[in-house]
Design a binder for this molecule. Structure first.
Ligand SMILES: NC(=O)c1ccc[n+]([C@@H]2O[C@H](COP(=O)([O-])OP(=O)(O)OC[C@H]3O[C@@H](n4cnc5c(N)ncnc54)[C@H](OP(=O)(O)O)[C@@H]3O)[C@@H](O)[C@H]2O)c1
Length: 337
């Protein structure tokens, strides 16, 4: 049995779901993969940090208000010092996305990779802003930088190309990649006003208190940029994606679509044109013949067109923090097996 001390940087919705999943799956992973692990460090933005090289009591950490209340060393310094103290071999990062430059997650992942840890991230920012640099660090250190959960949570949009589809060229893709806007549009079809639907997504913990990242299409744009970077090899910033959100969709628009037998979806599209990509995120009325028509609530979908497989679609039904956590756990197992 090979043993891996793990650290979690970010202990919010995703970090906590990952901690719970690691607890739930421990015995199964021990016996199926001969892989054992313990969480030896947790680091947050404003809720403290804790290190215990003998293994943190994760259940207590999940129940604690602040990490100061958990037994272990309380590192007061930088992420660097935290990683060194923890003795970890794998770092999981799930801190908020920064659309502009991917920081501070880029620095956190860089530190981990330089110190010889596998870096597993749920964050789109570093993929878009530092994919080449992080990969180079991973290669140099003979470790992995994986980020499956950054787009479509637990669905293997990156892994399927990396592991099982060698030699394919991705020509274009389209999808519904933002859950919050899809829930809002679905709720509006059921009679909610735009504002009520937004409030609902905040109540269920899907949208942030400032939901503009979702509503104005930034989250979808950064996902498109991440897919273009990794699967097409074309560097694109979210700012370069032509972007229109769903703010202007009214109840009348929803009813008009319904009367024509269509539905509004925030559709993402990207097409490779030589060494560049044309990418757009905008609301579209889709007909029943579209694979997006039946994708409702928080379900997401992406359809790839390649030089060999004409259409390959992945659908993820109602994802949430636990499916995101699963993507990270799968990255971990794929990195160490
Ligand atoms: N929620 C999902 O289902 C989902 C799905 C796919 C991808 N993601 C991605 O996963 C990441 C986390 O999402 P989430 O919903 O878990 O966010 P969240 O609930 O807001 O949690 C973020 C965590 O990061 C910590 N943090 C903030 N700044 C930090 C810093 N500079 N250094 C260390 N820790 C820091 C926060 O600590 P404090 O609370 O103490 O500030 C908190 O523990 C995001 O990048 C998101 O885009 C999320």
């Amino acid at each position: 049995m090979e043993y891996f001390p793990l650290v979690l940087v970010g202990f919010g919705n995703v970090g906590k779901a990952l901690a719970q999943l690691l607890l739930d799956k421990k015995e199964e992973i021990n016996s199926r993969y001969a892989v054992d692990y313990a969480v030896t460090g947790i680091f947050t933005g404003s809720h403290g940090a804790v290190v215990d090289v003998t293994g943190i009591d994760v259940q207590k950490a999940l129940n604690a208000e602040r990490l100061e209340d958990i037994q272990g060393v309380k590192p007061a310094g930088s992420i660097d010092e935290f990683i060194a103290l923890s003795g970890a071999r794998v770092l999981f990062e799930s801190i908020p996305v920064n659309y502009q430059d991917g920081q501070p997650a880029v620095d956190i992942l860089s530190q981990a990779l330089k110190k010889g840890l596998h870096a597993i991230s749920a964050n789109k920012g570093p993929v878009v802003h530092a994919f080449d640099e992080l990969n180079a660090l991973a290669e140099a250190g003979r470790v992995r930088y994986f980020f499956e959960s950054a787009v479509m949570d637990g669905a293997p949009v990156f892994g399927v190309f990396r592991e099982t589809l060698p030699g394919l060229n991705l020509l274009s893709f389209e999808g519904v990649l933002n859950s919050t806007t899809n829930v809002i549009l679905t709720r509006m079809e059921r009679g909610d006003s735009f504002d009520d639907a937004v409030r609902y997504t905040q109540q269920i913990g899907l949208a942030e208190s400032d939901p503009s990242g979702d509503i104005d299409g930034w989250d979808a744009a950064v996902k498109v940029a991440a897919l273009c970077m990794v699967l097409m090899g074309v560097k694109l910033t979210p700012q370069q994606v032509l972007r229109k959100g769903i703010r202007s969709i009214s109840g009348d628009d929803i009813r008009r679509a319904r009367s024509e037998g269509k539905r509004w979806k925030l559709v993402c599209r990207a097409q490779k044109l030589g060494q560049t990509v044309s990418a757009v995120v905008k609301p579209e009325m889709v007909p029943p013949t579209s694979p997006f028509f039946s994708v409702e609530d928080s379900t997401s979908i992406v359809c790839f067109r390649t030089d060999i497989l004409e259409e390959l679609c992945l659908v993820e039904g109602n994802p949430g923090p636990r499916t995101t956590a699963y993507g990270m756990m799968a990255d971990f197992l794929n990195a160490v097996r």
